[in-house]
Ligand binder design. Structure first.
Ligand code: DP6
Length: 327
């Protein structure tokens, strides 16, 4: 009753921002993303009837009671009946969690795969994606490889709300240069930020209305490897999502000065002929996309922008999977 899984982070090209059901964690609209190799979580789950309590170790340290409780609740969903044995969960990220880079996507995707495998459940990819979604909406997408389509779904029980891959990681060698623009955790987590936007932003409904068309357009752009079109859709989705959050009362503003400098810089580079676009999640960091052929130049330029503290580079990656247990 032990298994280890590896999952990568993912970045939304068409964003998810808002829920239609908070309990089941069902998004108000779908999303389109790219699973990224180079930012990973590795998680081992061991169930044992001899354990008296669940324990959770993250990056070599005992996790907080809140984080452990969240893991326990999620493990309950992964087990097949009410008699779940307690578990030991050991997890590590190969990117700086404290920098506020998303870790819930790779974290819950790895946990879903490791826990269901340790429980010896035979689930297909869509079923694992549904489970991962209960932990975090974006985690549903890290279950699958490459370019992912996350369906909003129509069913009240959420069983049709999951991701699937519509293009493999090697279909299009895009690169994502992640510019770290601040240290420390973000002030408002994405769950709280989107709930607040839903409750107080006059632009929230308008934002949700943009998503379905943007998803179709992003998928077509990927399938045609049309960089310019993808750049246009992805930047619009990012800015529309942030505009809806910024229009809340009080406004949720994830950017700092460096974020804004990078937005302007990326637009200037593109005007000069460099194929680049930006996207930003619920934090100040900017993710700059380009074709693999241009990544050296883009890295150099991003590193030169004042305020950029560090750079990570990621490429299209595979979905969450069981890996050899090295303990
Ligand atoms: C801005 O998946 O972290 O990154 O479902 O509440 O855990 P929960 O939210 P989460 O939200 C991600 C928001 C985003 C956009 C995106 O990844 O689509």
């Amino acid at each position: 009753m032990r298994a280890t899984a590896l999952a990568h982070s993912n970045i939304a090209l068409v964003k998810y921002w808002g829920k239609r059901d908070v309990d089941l964690n069902l998004p108000a609209a779908g999303s389109v993303s790219l699973t990224l190799a180079g930012m990973s979580t590795r998680t081992t789950v061991e169930f044992d009837t001899g354990f008296s309590a669940d324990t959770f170790e993250l990056d070599g340290e005992v996790a907080s009671p809140e984080a452990t409780f969240r893991v326990s609740q999620f493990l309950d969903l992964c087990w097949y009946d009410d008699e779940r044995p307690r578990a030991r969960v050991v997890s590590s990220n190969d990117f700086p969690t404290a920098a506020g880079l998303a870790s819930s996507a790779s974290g819950f995707a790895a946990l879903a795969v490791a826990a269901t495998s340790a429980a010896e459940r035979q689930l297909n990819e869509a079923e694992v994606s549904v489970l991962a979604r209960r932990g975090s909406g974006s985690a549903a997408r890290s279950v699958v490889s490459g370019f992912a389509w996350m369906s909003r779904g129509e069913r009240a029980d959420g069983m049709d709300c999951h991701a699937y891959s519509f293009a493999d990681p090697d279909y299009w060698d895009l690169r994502c240069v992640v510019a770290l623009c601040a240290r420390g955790k973000k002030a408002v987590g994405s769950t709280d930020g989107m709930t607040h936007t839903m409750q107080t932003s006059p632009y929230y409904d308008a934002w949700v209305e943009t998503v379905a068309e943007a998803m179709v357009s992003a998928r077509e752009a990927v399938l045609e490897r049309d960089f310019e079109r993808l750049a246009s859709v992805a930047e619009a989705s990012c800015l529309q999502m942030h505009a809806s959050a910024q229009a809340s009362r009080p406004g949720v503003l994830y950017w700092n000065g460096t974020t804004v400098e990078l937005i302007h810089a990326v637009r200037e580079w593109r005007a000069e002929g460099l194929p680049v676009f930006f996207t930003i999640d619920a934090g100040p960091h900017v993710k700059v996309f380009c074709p693999a052929s241009h990544v050296e130049k883009v890295r150099d330029r991003v590193a030169d922008v004042d305020g950029v503290l560090d750079i990570l580079e990621a490429r299209p990656g595979h979905g969450a999977r069981v890996v050899e247990d090295d303990a």
